[in-house]
Design a protein around this ligand. Structure first.
Ligand code: NAG
Length: 332
């Protein structure tokens, strides 16, 4: 049986205060819904199977750049590699107006500005999880090859743009506290904390960008706390108790599920997404498992969602969950 502290009156109603639409940058590794970003174009772009294919960043070659009318210069599979000689290559130069306005999260244009690439540049970490990347004419080159578009598009940083994805899980239990076994696999079912994106209604992991000077472990906890806590209509003392539980869970050893390049539709020749995905699991069921996150009719919800291979989720997130399920010997 799980126990619930009597002084905590969990409220079932959940509202996500964090704005997930508007500036795509804040939405972490899954800045765009497939329909919006990749609508009206080839099925190649929304195929889940291409995630983390080592050579060809397929999403980064969807013809229309997200949030714009800009068409990428067409790059065939055999021309993706920078080592393949291609004198005719003439990528479109595009940096979104929101980025050119120089918000705090964005670099200036290269020229007067020459950042320390491949190193910790002041408080901005410009190192790639995948090792050193090349610089050409003062600009970093996407380590996964040509994308048909130069500049930064919607991304703020030249080179790697670091995100973190916290995957918080618990075991699914019945009303008596017993683990629920899946009828097909006979394996226990995991549930993870998921947010419903306001722009397209797709479920996603509540990830976000790493702030300058922030450790990834801090980002993981901050993003989760912001989204989970903002979603609760709770009194200050309830919030404090919830924050304490979250801190305890995130102080425990997480299971690193992925670290590296993300095949993101916002990637360009000179700017790309990278992430670290870490699983924090409440094994006993008496920590964050009690967060009363529930589905409702409102847009922007936070919920415990059953982990299952049939989930309709952003492709790389589905892959992270598969890894978690297999590592924990759970139903998939
Ligand atoms: C690309 O566009 C930006 C502004 O969007 C401009 O500052 C820059 O000079 C352009 N680069 C090239 C190579 O044309």
């Amino acid at each position: 049986m799980k126990t619930i502290s009597p002084n905590i009156n969990w409220v079932a109603s959940v509202h996500l205060a964090l704005s997930l639409f508007g500036l795509p940058y804040v939405a972490g590794t899954s800045g765009f819904c497939r329909k919006n970003a990749l609508g009206r174009i080839s099925s190649l772009c929304s195929s889940a199977s291409v995630y983390m294919s080592p050579a060809a960043p397929v999403k980064a070659r969807c013809p229309v750049y997200p949030g714009s009318d800009t068409h990428r210069f067409l790059v065939s599979d055999d021309k993706v590699d920078w080592d393949t000689d291609w004198p005719q290559y003439s990528p479109v130069n595009y940096t979104a107006p929101t980025v050119l306005k120089k918000p705090v999260w964005a670099d200036p244009e290269i020229g007067a500005f020459s950042p320390q690439f491949n190193s910790l540049d002041g408080s901005v970490d410009r190192r790639s999880h995948e090792g050193p990347y090349h610089i050409q004419n003062g600009k970093p080159l996407n380590p996964h090859g040509r994308t048909g578009l130069e500049g930064r598009g919607l991304l703020g940083r030249w080179g790697p743009n670091h995100a973190a994805d916290p995957i918080v899980t618990r075991w699914k239990r019945d009303s008596t506290g017993q683990l629920v076994l899946h009828t097909n696999s006979q394996l226990p079912v995991l549930q993870f904390v998921s947010i419903k994106r306001l722009d397209c209604g797709e479920w996603a992991i509540p990830g976000g960008m790493v702030d300058p000077g922030e450790r990834i472990s801090q980002t993981l906890q901050r993003e989760f706390s912001e989204e989970a806590l903002n979603s609760l209509q709770a009194s200050p003392s309830e919030r404090e108790e919830t924050q304490k539980r979250i801190t305890e869970l995130f102080d425990s050893a997480g299971l690193q599920v992925y670290k590296g390049y993300v095949d993101d539709p916002r990637n360009t020749d000179n700017a790309w997404m990278e992430t670290v995905a870490v699983n924090f699991h409440d094994e006993s069921g008496n920590s964050v498992s009690e967060l009363p996150l529930q589905a409702g009719d409102d847009a922007g919800q936070v919920s415990w969602i059953d982990v299952d291979s049939s989930l309709d989720l952003y492709a790389n997130h589905l892959h992270f969950l598969e890894t978690v399920a297999k590592e924990r010997n759970a139903h998939w």
